[in-house]
Design a protein around this ligand. Sequence first.
Ligand SMILES: [Zn+2]
Length: 261
Amino acid sequence: MNLPKKFNIKKIPAIINLVYNRGQYELHFVYEIDKETVKSESEGIVGVDIGEIHPMASHDGVVTEIFNGRYIRSLYRLRNKVIASFGKKIDRCERHSQRWWHLVKHKWKRIKKIDNQIMDGLHKHTAKFVKLCESRDIGTIVLGDLTGIRENINYGKRANQKLHQWAFGKITQLITYKAKALGIKVEVIDESYTSQTCPNCGNRKKPTNRNYACKCGFAYHRDGVGAINIRQKYLGLLGQPVAATMASPVVIRLEVRRCSA
Ligand SMILES: [Zn+2]
């Protein structure tokens, strides 16, 4: 008897037909394929934590990747510096005078240039991330919703808070449309407790610095913990120990030519 390569002898067929075909009898086995199982077996799920220090951290069940935010943060600082220095000069001159208009025009010209560079950086980060997802057969990208960013305290200046909120929304938007173009599903879930829950023992503790450390001995990159837990929460497993041993996160840097604004 010739059996096809992927013939599953253990699985019970739904229908068996005995078919007469050109002088010989053939047995036709018809199986029902569970679509849900096929999907979860062939397509991965990646959790994404959108943060302030790093624009994105992701975890797909095996690999944790941190998208380094140094370049974008330096642009935030430059933006604030430009606003502050122009602000002082503008305050010193008569409102609506020729010099006042000149300064206001130049201030916005420089800010616009910096904003374009920030936008370009976010485009590159999200494009790289979505491409990585495609190469790894990721079927679903899970993002935390916007509420988390407001729960966090100590932004420093209000200008920074506004920038982070803007970037958070932009990253969500960019990932969503880039993923959809590649046929990858994007799900947004409530991210509460995802930054606090220990992936090893389920205890809740607010991280106090860049690293998450639990009394059970588990220590990991703070944003990595967020990404792991967003994935766990989507799977309905938040607080349950993560099966895989956690490898150190891989840092992904943005390759950009530095240019002054
Ligand atoms: Zn723990």
